[in-house]
Design a protein around this ligand. Sequence first.
Ligand code: SF4
Length: 401
Amino acid sequence: MPPRRKTRQVDVGGVKIGGNAPVALQTMTAGYTYEVDKCIAEVQKLAQAGADLVRVAVPKKEDTEALPHIIAASPVPIVADVHFHYQRALEAVEAGVHKIRLNPGNIQDRKQVDRVVAACRERGVPIRVGVNEGGIVERRDKDVRAAEKATLATSYRENLIRIMLDKIAEYLRIFDENDFHDVVISAKSIDPTLVIDVYTAISQRWDYPLHLGVTHAGPPDTGRIRSITALGTLLANGVGDTIRISYAADPVHEVEDGKELLCCLGLRSRTEPELIACPTCGRIEVDLFKLVTDVRSKLAHEIDIPVKVAVMGCVVNGPGECEGADVAIFAGRGKGIIYVQGEQKATVPESEMLEALLRECRVFADRVRRGEAELKGTQLHIQPPDPLPRKDGSLPLSVVK
Ligand code: SF4
């Protein structure tokens, strides 16, 4: 992958964003901020799931009044999401919030924006400034955009990107004129290809850190592909300093998927077991889907180190497909062979595969904790049998004895 783009760095309550800092994972609570106990419980759940920062909405004064309690009880920095009311931003900063999200475009009086910037400077609070494609369409660029769409249909997309960049430039001028540079930029859209293009353009024009996101992506079932397409592409190209995946669902799913994305790209180290599983095919001879589901759920509860576990349907292609696994099972003909870092440990009937595999995982994890084994210390090296079918058409699974 290309190296990460160099940016300025901002400090959000001890979590660095940009510069050479790891990509920070953030999410947003779904409940009401003024419901203090519920909000604290949600923030703690999201932090426990792996969020580095949690954002809360503060549309009402009772929300900003709740902030000191939430900040005091939160294990991670809190970001206040402000729209329309500059007083909420001032109250949030006064309450000790670690960053605010502010869109100067929806605060009409420039003097009010200047007051917020001054308060943030005094407290060392960074500001995330951003544009959403939807917000631009619905507000004052609506007519411009409609006219351009009508007359320049082929360059509609380029015009939209230009409008988003112009809007960001307009906002950044306000911060420049206040000599305020603790800024993070976002530019969201529901269209992942537009997100890729607009963030790429921003990264070439400004050196502020970037908050990546696809807005209104929908529930995880559909929003996941949308979000990962855009964020994965940008991160793989070295663009992006903090991410939020947005779902119409419990935000813990945003954190889980964000973590997985960062781990897949090598931008975050795994702390939990990693599961490799074959998709199954016409060679399968056991109920692999059930085994995989059960292994996944048990590993999540029982193993707290990143052991790499492979659950494969056969020994024909399985060994090559699970290279690097610490513990692996190859199933076939109602039996499974278990390997631990390349060493064959057991052959068990299908009914015992789950428990036997988990037992080997627990034993291996204990050895790692005691310093007697290393994660991924030995490559799995199993000679697969000749995969050609026999004369009668059956597959050579006789190695599973
Ligand atoms: S491991 Fe075996 S059963 Fe699973 S997909 Fe590969 S060839 Fe098919």
